[in-house]
Design a protein around this ligand. Structure first.
Ligand code: PEP
Length: 241
């Protein structure tokens, strides 16, 4: 899975980039997704209707509907054409105080609406320097993944907070150490089914480092921010997969 997170970027004119991404997939075997801002989900789903590129949301509220000004529900995303949703991104955990418990409720909402969740986890630089990276990340996996995921399709994205949008990336052994710990946690939680869950890496992935990151042990794809905004950059990552 190579998923692009456009964050709060993109207007109607950006749909052309998505169109070029769809047209440039070539013979990739990777699943490819673009998660635009909510304003573009429906238009992107229409543009990509005849392509293999999936459309996803970037967040959803646990409730299906109601008096929640400014929020979007999983059902609304699905209705607009989304097939996936990114949940628990560190920008939401840090900026909106999202807890593991809230993320788990959002995951349940995504499943209720038939969306495949991509659940993000990752440590801060302070936590890594304090030797807590594995404990933090596996704790987030345990707390953010509800039992309802048993038998369902989902991905986990390991995104070290300090690597997002900074140009910094962990070393390959550092990525592998965390991905192996996530895998062990998934197997402990979901049994053998936990071996089939794709664990994506995210944090300053670009065409020039994608091949090395994607061949690392237990890396099953990438969640890409900045480098998913331009077709040429994103296609370079897809081609490395
Ligand atoms: C992200 O926000 O999910 C991300 C990985 O961003 P970037 O690729 O820009 O570091």
């Amino acid at each position: 899975m190579i998923a692009g997170n456009w964050k709060m970027n993109g207007v109607g004119a950006s749909l052309g980039e998505a169109y070029m991404i769809a047209g440039g997939l070539g013979d990739t075997t990777a699943r490819v997704a673009i998660c635009p801002p909510a304003t573009l989900v429906q238009r992107l789903a229409e543009v990509l209707a005849d392509s293999a590129v999936l459309v996803g949301g970037q967040d959803c509220r646990p409730e299906a509907s109601g008096a929640f000004t400014g929020d979007v529900s999983a059902e609304q995303l699905a209705d607009a054409g989304a097939r996936l949703v990114v949940l628990g991104h560190s920008e939401r955990r840090a900026g909106y105080g999202e807890t593991d418990e809230l993320v788990a409720h959002k995951v349940e909402a995504a499943l209720r609406a038939g969306l495949e969740p991509i659940i993000c986890v990752g440590e801060t630089l302070e936590q890594r320097r304090g030797g807590q990276a594995l404990a933090v990340v596996t704790g987030q996996v345990r707390g953010s993944l509800p039992d309802a995921l048993k038998g369902k399709a989902f991905c986990v994205a390991y995104e070290p907070v300090w690597a997002i949008g900074t140009g910094l990336t962990p070393t390959t052994p550092e990525i592998e150490e965390v991905h192996r710990a996530i895998r062990e946690t998934l197997v402990a939680m979901f049994g053998e089914a936990g071996r089939g869950v794709a664990i994506l890496y995210g944090g300053s992935v670009k065409a020039s480092n994608a091949a090395e990151i994607l061949k690392a042990d237990e890396v099953g794809g990438a969640l890409v921010g900045g480098a998913s905004l331009k077709a040429a950059d994103f296609l370079g990552i897809i081609q490395a997969a």
